[in-house]
Design a protein around this ligand. Structure first.
Ligand code: ATP
Ligand code: MG
Length: 436
């Protein structure tokens, strides 16, 4: 199955092009990452995939005066691409987004009409036919299949199928599921795949898939990139960007000036999610990921209510990072995420969870005064940031518009902008043993 999109490819890499196949049923856009690898047969197979009813043998494109030029061979394809690249460069030089390359499939006559001389010639392979033709047809079909696979590799852009994933090591295991490092053979990319067993109906599966769609639109350097999700039997696999530094829960006590930089990234990530009307709902160190490029990104935010609910049904244990109002079952909003930021950063700063674990933990969070960082060990600004985030009363916590001001703990922090080349990783050598 080729990966084709309906009019939704708007961004392409500088080397890539978008080919718009004009069909009677509408326009079909295909993103081609490496046009130099494209050959005539590849494109023909792609066209046949979107127009299975027609016998397409060639296609046309329009030159600058609108004349149609037919393409029937690799040579003619090259000429078309070179004409298109020139047009594309001109458009770019004029500050315009290049138009897609429009092609008009030319449907030949149907096999029935073509067979006017009564010859036993089929345009489509059929093993029931005479041996010679069957063998030839099968060979032709195999060669098409091969180029179809090649085109699939060229055209794949974000779509991931279960069979194309090679699982490597297990990265961790949470309450909901297990996360694996994996390799996407077609996209040639390392992924983190979270596999969550869910015994739910197909209807619910569909609902989850549609709720997850917003993830395709998330585009922030502070949010983990989402590639794809799919159900196989009763398991959902969620494929995201792999972060080679892992999550912050595996690091020892993190110095305050590093935490300052991380806080800015986390607040940026949350502000972005809130701007999309998404509450994170699960802010905690294990959902803050880092990489050796010095980036800090949030993952595992509750974008799908159905997914959250379905996991909750099998969830055992407590979420110690929840705000008191959530534990008490009251209504909650952005302020609950802010509490979780406070308690997470307190843990990262102390190198230990600030409440006694696990006895009556939730009761403590609801009933007792929130813990405060020792002022002797941390700067006034940092202590203030945590104390403000962990106010018992949600409304007393910093609102989104002044959370960033609070999060800018040091002057160094305020001048930093993640991701930057002077990365936290470079300064503090991210290793599983500690971030120093
Ligand atoms: P919970 O299930 O309660 O949210 P958790 O966050 O620890 O707990 P998972 O989300 O299943 O559990 O993640 C397990 C571990 O996998 C994480 O702690 C992290 O170390 C690792 N991990 C998750 N996502 C990625 C990723 N994109 N890149 C690298 N490591 C990851
Ligand atoms: Mg997680």
């Amino acid at each position: 199955m080729l990966i084709l999109y309906l009019n939704n490819v708007s961004i392409m890499d500088p080397e890539g092009i978008v080919i718009r196949i004009k069909t009677p049923a509408g326009d079909m856009d295909s993103s081609v990452d490496s046009p130099s690898l494209l050959n005539f047969n590849d494109l023909l197979v792609a066209i046949r995939d979107v127009m299975p009813e027609a016998t397409v043998t060639a296609f046309e494109y329009e030159d600058e005066v609108g004349d149609r030029i037919t393409v029937r061979s690799d040579e003619e394809l090259k000429a078309m691409l070179s004409y298109y690249f020139n047009t594309m460069n001109e458009q770019r030089m004029n500050g315009l987004m290049p138009d897609p390359l429009q092609i008009f499939p030319r449907a030949g006559k149907t096999p029935g009409i073509r067979n006017i001389h009564g010859l036993k010639v089929n345009t489509r392979p059929n093993p029931a036919n005479d041996c010679t033709h069957a063998v030839q047809d099968t060979m032709a079909s195999n060669s098409l299949k091969k180029s179809s696979a090649e085109l699939k590799r060229i055209l794949t852009n974000g779509q991931i199928n279960a069979q194309d994933i090679h699982y490597q090591e297990q990265l961790g295991h949470g309450n909901g599921g297990t996360v694996y490092k994996a390799y996407h053979i077609i996209g040639k990319r390392v992924l983190a795949v979270k596999v969550i067993p869910l015994d739910i109906t197909v209807e619910l599966q569909k609902q989850i898939m549609s709720e997850l769609e917003i993830l395709y639109k998330c585009d922030s350097p502070y949010i983990i990139t989402f590639f794809s999700a799919f159900f196989v039997e009763n398991r959902i696999s969620i494929c995201t960007e792999f972060m080679d530094g892992g999550s912050l829960d595996v690091y020892k006590r993190i110095p305050e000036h590093v935490l300052g930089r991380i806080a800015v990234a986390v607040v940026n990530g949350l502000t972005y999610l809130w701007s999309l009307k998404i509450l994170h709902r699960d802010v905690k160190p294990s959902n803050m990921l880092v990489n050796t490029r010095g980036q800090v990104k949030l993952c595992d935010f509750g974008v799908s209510t159905q997914l959250v609910n379905s996991i909750a049904k099998t969830y055992v244990g407590t979420n110690a990072y929840m705000a008191p109002e959530r534990i008490s079952g009251e209504q909650y909003g952005i302020h609950a995420d802010v509490w979780s930021v406070g308690i997470s950063f307190m843990e990262l700063a102390l190198g230990m969870f600030p409440y006694p674990q696990p006895l009556q933990l939730l009761q403590c969070i609801v009933d007792e005064d929130p813990p405060v960082l020792p002022v002797s060990q941390f700067s006034e600004k940092f202590v203030h940031f945590i104390t403000q985030c962990m106010r018992r009363q949600p409304k007393e916590r910093p609102a989104p518009n002044n959370l960033m001001t609070c999060a800018k703990i040091t002057d160094v922090t305020s001048s930093l902008n993640f991701p930057v080349s002077t990365s936290a990783c470079k300064c503090f050598h991210i290793s599983p043993l500690g971030l120093y």
